[in-house]
Design a binder for this molecule. Structure first.
Ligand SMILES: NC(=O)c1ccc[n+]([C@@H]2O[C@H](COP(=O)([O-])OP(=O)(O)OC[C@H]3O[C@@H](n4cnc5c(N)ncnc54)[C@H](OP(=O)(O)O)[C@@H]3O)[C@@H](O)[C@H]2O)c1
Length: 312
């Protein structure tokens, strides 16, 4: 079996497509034959060592979180899923391993793949869509009729947030690159701004929720955009923003969580056609290191990078 792994933390040159052997399953784990995996920025952040405090120092380390595939083995304590089930979900950050022919994850991090979705569609969702769900539904408690400002509205989390907010019945103003403005409107944004232009003064103080998915919206602009009592959400905060999160009850740092309940929520929306992320490129496992390297270097593909796994 092959997977993408690395033998020490570092840059893109550390990635290798290598043979590996999975350990025996723990009681709460499942083994999945991977059909599709999607690439997230966290995958290269983990490889760079940015999350060493969670990922430890045991090598080789596998790469990749998001997957869709078929269960081929279950631990003794697994009750909900069975061999042969089509599932999608994520791997624990500590072990990762979805850029692979076969992975091991916790049963709690996978749910049945909706029949209406292909493996590729399902694999786009876990990290991005659950993060947007937790931000808007759990942290901001967004309601119909409220307004949301989304910075980076055509990224993976931004597309998810835009569609989740629209499904709730909120109004969305998205900020994207000029070239993505019509695509952002097509997925539901009511109004779209170019992130290279300054923010219009008439928007200040008008949003119930300000969600910076990219991390580049200055803390003062977030505060000025929000209504009095509005909620500010960050998923990639600078140290300055993090300080403000600690000091303010209206600011939240949101961590995505691919648990069963949240995966079911995003699966439900996707099954109804209300949540679909654009796919920029699909490659085979043998080509995936090149694609990860390009995305990490800032190449734009206008959608998720996907790895389609062919099994012999
Ligand atoms: N805390 C968590 O649990 C969590 C979960 C998921 C993601 N994240 C983090 O959130 C970030 C976004 O993740 P993602 O998967 O959505 O990445 P992504 O798909 O690469 O999206 C990033 C978006 O930001 C846009 N962007 C670039 N420069 C911008 C600017 N100056 N102003 C506004 N938008 C700008 C990009 O647009 P163009 O490409 O058109 O320039 C792109 O659409 C990453 O840093 C990721 O690590 C955190």
């Amino acid at each position: 079996m092959k997977r993408i792994q690395f033998h020490r933390y570092g840059g893109p040159a550390e990635m290798r497509l290598e043979e590996y052997q999975l350990p025996d399953l723990a009681d709460d784990e499942i083994r999945v034959s991977v059909k599709a995996a999607s690439i997230n920025p966290v995958d290269w952040k983990i490889r760079q060592g940015a999350m060493k405090f969670m990922t430890g120092r045991k090598f080789p380390r596998a790469m990749g979180q998001d997957f869709s595939g078929v269960v081929e083995g279950i631990g003794r304590g697994v009750k909900r899923l069975k061999v042969g089930d089509e599932v999608f979900g994520s791997t624990p950050v500590k072990t990762s391993g979805s850029f692979a022919e076969t992975l091991i994850t916790k049963e709690a991090l996978a749910v049945a793949k909706p029949a209406a979705l292909t493996h590729e569609e399902a694999a786009t969702l876990p990290v991005a869509a659950t993060t947007a769900w937790i931000a808007l539904v759990h942290k901001a408690q967004l309601k119909a009729g409220q307004s949301v400002f989304i910075n980076g509205a055509y990224g993976a989390v931004g597309q998810s947030a835009t569609q989740i907010a629209k499904a709730i019945g909120a109004t969305v103003v998205g900020r994207v690159r000029a070239e993505s403005m019509s695509a952002a409107k097509a997925i539901g944004a009511d109004a779209v701004l170019d992130y290279r232009q300054s923010l219009p003064g008439n928007l200040m103080g008008t949003f119930d929720v300000v969600f910076d998915t990219h991390g580049s919206l200055p803390a003062n602009d977030e505060r000025r955009l929000a209504k009095r009592g509005g909620v500010i959400l960050d998923i990639s905060p600078s140290p300055t923003k993090m300080m403000r999160v600690v000091l303010s009850r209206s600011r939240h740092f949101v961590m995505g969580k691919q648990d069963e309940a949240t995966l079911r929520e995003v699966a439900g929306l996707a099954s109804k056609g209300k949540l679909k992320l654009s796919v920029g490129r699909v490659v085979r496992l043998s080509e995936a290191i090149d694609l990860i390297r390009e995305l990490e270097a800032g190449r734009r593909i206008n959608g998720k990078g996907l790895i389609a796994i062919e099994t012999a």
